[in-house]
Write a protein of this length. Structure first.
Length: 99
């Protein structure tokens, strides 16, 4: 997702779920395949290698889980440590299957 207005609205959105240090905000858009924006704060991970590693893990987990929701979503990684892929996948699966 590259639309700055949509991303700003997602950051301001009050509809969010936080589980296991991963925050997911969404809107009620009608996009049939859901669109995702992944954010890893530079404040917690100063090395770009670490931020990219986390982004890749989140994107791979989002591809592997079956998401039945529509709309735009913002995934913010709030943990101070790098989670293993299985934990990221389980957390995102729990968030999207229960929402």
């Amino acid at each position: 997702m590259k639309n700055k207005k949509i991303i700003e609205n997602l950051f301001r959105s009050t509809v969010s779920v936080v589980q296991n240090e991963i925050k997911v905000s969404g809107d009620n858009g009608k996009e049939s395949p859901p669109c995702f924006c992944v954010s890893v704060p530079k404040k917690h991970f100063s090395r770009a290698v670490d931020r990219n590693k986390i982004r890749r893990r989140i994107k791979a987990a989002l591809r592997n889980i079956k998401i039945k929701a529509n709309g735009n979503y913002l995934v913010v990684y709030k943990s101070l440590d790098i989670m293993p892929y299985k934990e990221v996948e389980k957390t995102l699966g729990d968030i999207f299957n229960h929402s």
